[in-house]
Write a protein that binds this ligand. Sequence first.
Ligand code: AR6
Length: 175
Amino acid sequence: MSASARDRIEVVVGDITRESTDAIVNAANNELGPGGGVAGAIQRAAGPRLLEACEPLGGCETGDAKATEGFDLPARWVIHTVGPVWHGGDADEESLLASCYRRSLEVAVEIGAASVSFPAISTGIFGFPPNRAAPIAVGTVAEVLHETDAIETVRFVCFDEDSAALHRDALDKLA
Ligand code: AR6
């Protein structure tokens, strides 16, 4: 058992492309191809080598994660994960979202990334209700941090104050 998982989780408002954690997580699509939202911002900031590095990976299943270098980003690595599209809640969306956070941290351990920044996966273009996503994000990360010492810090880098408030609230409610 590691030091308190809660003490290793931070919630900030910001632009994830500016993060200097070892890895940042990208809310990608199944093709690991060009995207909008946070994926578009990451692709612009990392430079064209990022999409070139994604090509040989053969896409990514929903709920899974794969890593590339970060190229022109401050972060050394980008962990690409694919969140579920929200279909109303009966299509396994919650467990697929939890899987994104768990798999991203498993990949972080594999590549030796000790600090990881997450965006609020699926809560933009993919339509997952932010108030339902935040407790899943925070709860899953806390669970994984309880299981491993290899990850020192996880930052939730929220794009607006409303999203940050939901993540802080979920953190406060952790057992
Ligand atoms: N830093 C941090 N968070 C951000 C940033 C940023 N620079 N930009 C947006 N967000 P989204 P999804 C927030 O739509 O719902 C792409 O086209 C945003 O406010 O980026 O998982 C992919 O290729 C929201 O809270 O991701 C996929 O096709 C959160 O990031 C699809 O969109 C996620 O919004 C994925 O959709």
